[in-house]
Each structure stands twice: as structure tokens, then as C-alpha cells.
Design a protein around this ligand. Structure first.
Ligand code: PMP
Length: 450
């Protein structure tokens, strides 16, 4: 192997070189086949090498390489904006385009602060978020993320944003019904707003289904309805971070649609362009745009690649493909099948504490003891071990570490392209089971499990 000059996630480790992909499969240059069990980073929503998307990309690239948003709009971006307005609930009709999920959540943060400023309120500039949350890697996005492992080197970050507990049904206190627990968690927002002072809180941000920090944790019924009520009561904007859950991933257009709640902003990324180009966005309501239009009339955000025609054309082709092939319905239907098969693993394997998820966004949590739900020490790297073993066997699985209090807890995400068939899900489950069994044996040898 020639010397590499590329900074990789783990320095000193050698990574296989990707060659090509088709559908749910990826191939490295050695010819090894992998099932993309997590759509890369929950990104390749409709699978690899879809002709319609490739054609749209080529056609757009042939006509223009780049046009800056301060000079031009484009047909592609206008059509995409219109389609997103159709997909999004309520009056979430206006989209600000960026290139990554982190930029989308940072933009939402800025729009929230600007929205209050335009109305003469200069103190409402703090964002409340949740422990068990990931909203991005840039300093602003990380400041409102509860991902302790990623935060700790940079604390105090930009500002000490307050955080509340996220609902975690698997670990709810005994004696509370699921609904009561949901209310208790949601009411923490009210306590936090009152502690900080409503006059200082611009917005609350949450992932409808918790992704990277806990592995597809679905909130209890009623939770987001109560969150909406609290936000309305204290004039706090509600931002749904749908970077992972958006665009049909959970079996509805947006994750928050499962609870019929309309946020003030939705951030999207990842599946929006299904990995074909970097693309993300912040969708906002008519109300927010009216306020800003009456005020300074310009949103103080934007990047060089914001609203570039190339990414817009690709994203439009992805959304058209989803519509044409009824993929949101398929995500719901085959996602339920995936969850059922994962539940089978949870029933059978002592290492698996819980299988959970919504649509094609599922997770497994590994525990030391199924009865007590005791977690492994972080240093045991149990989810990393399962991921490595699955990779060896040709299956990609996504990590979700640190759910409980942001440090302990081992989960993985299973989120294949929503085009996956039930037969392919069966193959995926077979490999995953072998990988978990192999890790269980290793842990037994080290006497870490019974
Ligand atoms: N929000 C959520 C919910 C995410 O899952 C992620 C990425 N894992 C981000 C924001 C950040 O997106 P990006 O990595 O594209 O910056």
C-alpha cells in the first residue's frame, strides 16, 4: 500500500478503498461486497447509482458548473424549494439552503436569534437542547448538542447552552406509564425555560427520533405535543432537527409528522440529496419570513455553496424518485419488517437489550445484563466491536454511543436505503446476528457477560 497523506478518522488505520455501489450494495477495490445497512451515515437514502439521479446530475453539470446565490437563482433551486414546501407541514414553506447538517442547525440557531431581534428583543439568544442529542460538529452546532464525547475537548464551547434530558423509554423509571414519563421529560423544558428566564430563550431544538447518541430512540406518545405547548406558552421557537429523520426515513415525510406537531423550523440534510452531493437546508414558517422581511429583510447566514444549482438538481431528482416509487410508504412497511426482525434478535440474543425504531431508522442497544439493563464500560467499546465484526462480514452498521447521560450506553443504528427489500433485510439480519454472536463469545471469554 502506498503512503497516504489523507487524515482519516482513525490515524494509523488502513481503510479499504471504495470502488462502486449499486442499490444497497457497496464494493471495495479488492472486490469485497458490503450491504449498506446504515446508508453510510444514514445518508444514502435511496441506494447507490440510481440512474435518474445520475442523469439529473449530469444534465445540470453540463449547463452550469456554479452560480452564486447573491447573483442568481436557478430553476433547480426554485423547483426544489416548491417541493419542500409541499412536503413540509403547516406553513413551513421557506427554505434556506446550505451544504451540511451542521450548517443547517447553525442557520436555524441564527434565524431564531434574528427572529427575536427583528422584533426588538435582544436578550432571547439562548437555545435549549437535550442531553442525548447530536446537532452537528461545528462549534455552534456542538454547543447545542449533548454528545458528551464530542463536546468534552471543547467545553465550555461557544456558550453554555442549557440542556434537558431526552425521553428514553427503555430506561424510564419504574412506576411511571410511558405517557407519564413522556410528560415528565417534556415538562423539564418548562423548568429549564423558567430557570434560564423565558426572556433569554430563543428556541428549543430536538431530534424527533434520537439518532447518533442513542440509536433510534422514539419518544413516548404525547411528548412532542407537550413540547409544542410549552414552546408556545413561553414564546420559544421549536426547531425539529430532521437531518437524520427527514425525507421519508421514518415512514413519513418528516419524523415530527408522526405526532402531528408543526415546528417553527425543520433542519434537513443527509437523505435530502441521498449522498449524491452535499446538500442540507433549514425550512422556516411564513411567520418567521414575514417578521424578517419587515425587519432587515435578509437572513444573516449563507455559505459559498448555499443553493448551488448542482446540489439542488440532485436533491430534486432524489425527491422525485421517492415520490415516483412510493418510497415513504415502503420505508414504513419494510421498516416495520426490519424492526420485527431486529426484535427477533433482541428476543434471542442475551447481548441485545432492546430493538427500537420508526420506519427505516432502527437501533439495537447492547447491555451487560438484560434484567438490570446494566451497560458496559465505555472502554469495552462493545458497539464498536459489533460494528467492526459486521464490517468484516460485509455489513455496514452505524455507531450510536453515549446515550445515557451522554457517556455510557452502546447502541447501533440500522438504517439501510429505504429501497431495501424484505429478502435483503433477511440477509442483513443473518450477517448482523453472526456478528453479535461472535462479539458475545469474545465477551464471554473475557468473563464480561455470563
Ligand atoms: N443533526 C443530526 C440529527 C445529525 O444526525 C447530524 C449528523 N449525524 C447532524 C445534525 C450534522 O450533520 P453533518 O454531519 O452533515 O454536519
Amino acid at each position: 500500500m502506498e503512503r497516504s497523506y489523507v487524515i482519516k478518522p482513525e490515524l494509523g488505520k488502513t481503510y479499504p478503498v471504495i470502488s462502486h455501489g449499486k442499490g444497497i450494495y457497496l464494493y471495495d477495490k479488492e472486490g469485497k461486497q458490503y450491504i449498506d445497512g446504515c446508508s453510510g451515515a444514514v445518508t444514502a437514502l435511496i441506494g447507490h447509482a440510481v440512474d435518474e439521479v445520475v442523469d439529473a446530475m449530469y444534465e445540470q453539470a453540463k449547463s452550469i458548473s456554479f452560480a452564486y446565490r447573491s447573483h442568481f437563482s436557478s430553476d433547480a433551486v426554485e423547483q426544489l424549494g416548491k417541493k419542500l414546501a409541499e412536503w413540509a407541514p403547516g406553513s413551513l414553506n421557506w427554505t434556506f439552503f446550505v451544504s451540511s447538517g451542521s450548517e443547517a442547525t447553525e442557520t436555524a440557531q441564527k434565524i431564531a436569534i434574528q427572529y427575536w431581534q427583528e422584533q426588538g428583543n435582544f436578550t432571547k439568544n439562548r437555545i435549549i437542547s437535550r442531553w442525548m442529542s447530536y446537532h452537528g460538529i461545528t462549534m455552534g452546532a456542538l454547543s447545542m448538542s449533548g454528545h458528551v464525547l464530542r463536546r468534552k475537548r471543547f467545553v465550555p464551547l461557544l456558550e453554555d447552552y442549557p440542556a434537558i434530558t431526552g425521553p428514553y423509554p427503555y430506561r424510564k423509571p419504574e412506576g411511571l406509564s410511558l405517557e407519564e414519563y413522556g410528560m415528565q421529560c417534556a415538562n423539564e423544558l418548562e423548568t429549564a425555560i423558567l430557570r434560564v428566564g423565558p426572556e433569554q430563550v430563543a428556541a428549543f431544538i430536538a431530534e424527533p427520533v434520537i439518532g447518533a447518541t442513542a440509536g433510534a430512540v422514539v419518544p413516548p406518545p404525547g411528548y412532542f405535543q407537550r413540547i409544542r405547548e410549552i414552546c408556545d406558552k413561553y414564546n420559544v421557537l421549536f426547531i425539529a432537527d430532521e437531518v437524520m429523520t427527514g425525507m421519508g426515513r421514518t415512514g413519513k415525510a418528516f419524523g415530527i409528522d408522526h405526532w402531528g406537531v408543526v415546528p417553527d423550523m425543520i433542519t434537513i440534510g443527509k437523505g435530502m440529496s441521498a449522498g449524491y452531493t452535499p446538500m442540507a437546508a433549514t425550512i422556516v414558517t411564513e411567520e418567521i419570513i414575514e417578521v424578517i422581511q419587515k425587519g432587515s429583510a435578509s437572513i444573516m447566514a449563507g455559505h459559498t455553496y448555499s443553493a448551488n444549482p448542482q446540489s439542488a438538481a440532485v436533491s430534486l431528482a432524489v425527491l422525485n424518485y421517492i415520490e415516483k416509487n412510493n418510497l415513504i410508504e415502503k420505508s414504513a412497511e419494510n421498516g416495520a419488517y426490519l424492526l420485527q426482525r431486529l426484535q427477533g434478535l433482541a428476543d434471542e440474543l442475551p447481548l441485545v437489550g432492546e430493538a427500537r425504531g420508526l420506519g427505516m431508522l432502527c437501533g439495537l442497544e447492547f447491555v451487560k445484563n438484560k434484567q438490570t439493563k446494566e451497560t458496559f464500560a465505555l472502554s469495552e467499546n462493545v458497539s464498536a466491536k459489533v460494528i467492526a465484526k459486521a464490517f468484516e462480514k460485509g455489513l455496514l452498521v452505524y455507531p450510536a454511543v453515549g446515550g445515557i447521560d451522554g457517556v455510557a450506553g452502546d447502541s447501533v443504528i440500522l438504517a439501510p436505503p429505504i429501497t431495501i427489500t424484505q429478502e435483503e433485510i433477511d440477509t442483513l439480519i443473518g450477517i448482523l446476528k453472526e456478528a453479535i454472536e461472535a462479539v458475545s463469545q469474545e465477551l464471554q471469554q473475557k468473563a464480561l457477560i455470563g
